[in-house]
Design a protein around this ligand. Structure first.
Ligand SMILES: C[S@@+](CC[C@H](N)C(=O)[O-])C[C@H]1O[C@@H](n2cnc3c(N)ncnc32)[C@H](O)[C@@H]1O
Length: 316
């Protein structure tokens, strides 16, 4: 397991939702407007934050596949989404159905290890592949293979909150640069997909999708935290010090002093990027097929995708 705690994901959710680029989210929603239902595949879903951020921007009838390898987080996602909903319409083993803000939302929870690739997840109907705060964990090779799989299916892709390397605290501390160096080194360690792309992930996704003929848009989505988010700042200071400590680049004493100061920081900026990649109008695939064809469901989609030629390998 990657070891993300539900408490940490709950703490960061308001900051994530505030930071996400609204313009890109609106464009992602527009790209799948009119799908009834719209089928969304959310990779590395954690406790369901991405669904809670996106649902109100999508159509009235939604089907989400929430995918994570951590069964505890999937169970927590079900509980959190039940709490978040206006009403629970059905709570079956295979599917949870909710209503929220006039939408009907069906959700499947899928325990799946992503490091082997996402191909098996595209057997079910999918209109939009999405993820939040996931891709900096993945390796460059995995990202390359991921882009090829999604592009071969001709599917739109939208991701939010990929760490981009910016890590600025106020007021400054003498060990900021050393801690940042160690933290970034830790970001590139193996997070279950091979050595991680860390802050390069968005550039790799963008290059890959462009090489596959997609129109790619990027927006910054930094956290700008102040004393109002004291608990998140303190937790970030703890997590950064722990990660930096694992690299062995700084002594425990230096890290303890940095951490104590940083828990009381006035503000900090943590850089993230959002990315939307849309297949061109003429590109093949279930998604790019005509609307009537799409309404035939999974089999039509699968047939549509099989007509796709594999895109060229991304150069990145
Ligand atoms: C930083 S959390 C983001 C969670 C959620 N998307 C959000 O925005 O709150 C990364 C998530 O990816 C999941 N994850 C990491 N590596 C994975 C893997 N190899 N296979 C499946 N899920 C993975 C973790 O369990 C965790 O839920």
């Amino acid at each position: 397991m990657s070891g993300f705690s539900a408490d940490w994901l709950a703490l960061r959710e308001p900051a994530d939702h505030a930071a996400r680029s609204r313009a890109l989210l609106d464009r992602a929603a527009a790209a799948v407007a009119g799908r009834q239902p719209v089928h969304v595949l959310d990779l590395g879903c954690g406790t369901g934050s991405n669904l809670r951020a996106m649902a109100v921007h999508l159509g009235g009838n939604q089907h989400w596949q929430l995918v994570d390898h951590d069964p505890l987080l999937l169970a927590k996602a079900r509980a959190e989404l039940r709490r978040w909903a206006d009403a629970v319409l059905r709570d079956g083993e295979d599917m949870l159905e909710l209503s929220f803000s006039g939408r009907r939302i069906a959700i499947s929870f899928i325990a799946f290890e992503l490091s082997g690739g996402v191909g098996p997840l595209l057997v079910e109907p999918v209109d939009l592949v999405t993820a939040a705060a996931l891709f900096d964990l993945a390796s460059p090779a995995w990202i390359t293979a991921f882009v090829r799989t999604v592009a071969a299916a001709g599917l739109p892709f939208y991701t939010a909150l990929t760490f981009d390397g910016r890590y600025d605290w106020e007021p400054s501390h003498p060990d900021d640069a050393a801690v940042r160096r160690a933290f970034l080194a830790h970001q590139r360690q193996d997070k279950g997909f091979g050595p991680a792309a860390g802050p390069d992930a968005t550039a790799l996704l963008a290059a890959g999708f462009r090489a596959a003929g997609y129109a790619v848009s990027e927006e910054q989505s930094p956290w700008r935290l102040t004393g109002r988010e004291r608990a998140l700042i303190a937790s970030l200071a703890d997590g950064t010090a722990a990660a930096a400590g694992e690299t062995g680049q700084l002594s425990d004493e230096r890290l303890a002093a940095w951490r104590a100061a940083r828990r009381l920081a006035e503000s900090c900026l943590i850089g993230h990027a959002d990315l939307l990649a849309l297949p061109s109008a003429g590109q093949c695939g279930g998604w790019a097929a005509s609307a009537p064809a799409r309404r035939h469901g999974a089999r039509s989609r699968a047939r549509g995708r099989r007509r796709c030629a594999a895109p060229p390998a991304p150069r990145a």
